[in-house]
Design a protein around this ligand. Structure first.
Ligand code: T4K
Length: 371
């Protein structure tokens, strides 16, 4: 066993040799960005792979979220979760929208539909739920609320690459879904993201918004942003697609081993017992309860001391950060479940290249705390 640090994740990185032909093509074409061949191919191949109608690529997931809100002309208040990465709500602030936090469901760590309904005011225009860790939200209940109150739904699906339910891709739900292809994600383009669009008209508007609002050389219809993905990033995505099925299977194997070998530990819950649905194993969150021999933070530190960099995603809650904590909805009394989960969660390393002996070391260290 070597002493190389073991991080919570490592990017899916095919052999460098496999990437060189793509680079040669880009060099030969001299088209580096602004919707080149690689960009077009990746949009098409992703739509096929994911089983969705239209994909608009972006330079990262955050700009994609910003643009999704702009595309649907969302204003006023948006109901969202505090249990996510800050980019979720930062995208609201960048659009001058007030986030309204609602509490989460303890069986999915996603927005609780009942809490969404209770948070609606005359200013509410949309709901922004997150399929946290790739765990599907209660999409039907959320859709019913949106229909009843005439609200839009933008799913932050940053973690949800390849997640499906009985009817197909979970990315088909709501008005728009947004993916992240950041290096730490299941599928990565170094930096990148996408909006899943239900129809060609919506995709066209989104494509204009990610290109400064240009419609043609002399016409600008909106204060759009530069959200375009470069050819290098798109090419890397094309290469990733060739490896993604294997990568997802490797993640599943790792999750299964954790589930089996962390089963029955007093005070420790695994996703196998926590969640109703299976996910893409983008993350492996465990909960450390009070009857575990040491605290969550002590376990986090103990693993760190041994070179294992687990992460407390998502602690602190977004609602605890200075730009949000003054909001009435950000008060911990309003977010009891999210507060509790954030205090207990620890995401263990999971990524295709994680070696069996590395996983054994992680499991061994956790089990040793109980002896
Ligand atoms: N919505 C949600 C729900 C999200 O989770 C995110 C991003 C977004 C929206 C926004 O999407 P993007 O705009 O990012 O596309 C990471 C990622 O930066 C972020 O993309 C992600 N969520 C978030 C959950 O995690 P950090 O600050 O924890 O990353 P960092 O740099 O500490 O990386 C974690 C570990 O991964 C490192 O210890 C080592 C390893 N690593 C990381 C990178 C970047 C590598 O081995 N290689 C790498 O290149 O935020």
């Amino acid at each position: 066993m070597n002493d190389t640090p073991i991080y919570v994740t490592q990017p899916l990185l095919p052999e460098l040799d496999e990437f060189l032909p793509y680079l040669e093509q880009i060099w030969a074409s001299k088209q580096l960005t602004n919707g080149g061949t690689m960009h077009r191919q990746l949009e098409q191949q992703l739509a096929e792979y994911l089983g969705v109608e239209h994909v608009a690529l972006f330079n990262n997931g955050t700009i994609a979220l910003l643009t999704a809100l702009q595309a649907l002309r969302i204003t006023g208040e948006v109901i969202t979760t505090p249990y996510s990465f800050v980019a979720t709500t930062h995208s609201l602030l960048w659009n001058g929208i007030r986030p309204v936090f609602a509490d989460i469901d303890p069986h999915s760590f996603n927005l609780d539909p009942e809490k969404i309904e209770a948070a609606i005011t005359p200013h509410t225009t949309a709901i922004m739920p997150v399929h946290c860790y790739g765990n599907p939200c209660q999409v039907e209940a959320i859709q019913r609320i949106a229909d009843n109150y005439n609200l839009k739904i933008i799913y932050d699906a940053a973690h949800s690459f390849g997640v499906r339910d009985e009817g197909g891709s979970i990315l088909r739900h709501g008005d728009l879904s947004v993916l992240s292809f950041h290096a730490t994600k299941v599928f990565n383009t170094f930096e990148g993201g996408a909006i899943i669009c239900p129809d060609a008209k919506t995709k066209k508007r989104i494509d204009q918004l990610k290109n400064f609002g240009f419609v043609d050389e002399v016409t600008v219809v909106a204060n759009g942003i530069n959200g375009k993905m470069s050819e290098i990033n798109a090419a890397f995505g094309l290469l990733q697609l060739k490896h993604i099925d294997q990568a997802l299977a490797q993640r599943q194997d790792i999750a299964r081993r954790y589930n089996q070998q962390l089963k029955g530990i007093q005070g420790l819950s695994t996703p196998a017992v926590l969640f109703e649905h299976t996910t893409n194993n983008a993350y492996y969150p465990i909960l450390i309860e009070r009857d575990f021999p040491i605290s969550r933070d002590a376990l986090y530190q103990h693993l760190r001391d041994e070179g294992i960099y687990s992460r407390r995603y998502f602690y602190p809650l977004i609602s605890q950060f200075p730009m949000y904590r003054g909001l009435v909805s950000a008060q911990p009394e309003n977010l009891a479940i999210a507060t509790d989960i954030a205090d207990k969660v620890l995401c263990l390393p999971i990524y295709p290249a994680l070696k069996k002996e590395e996983q054994k070391k992680i499991i061994g260290l956790i089990r040793a705390c109980c002896e």
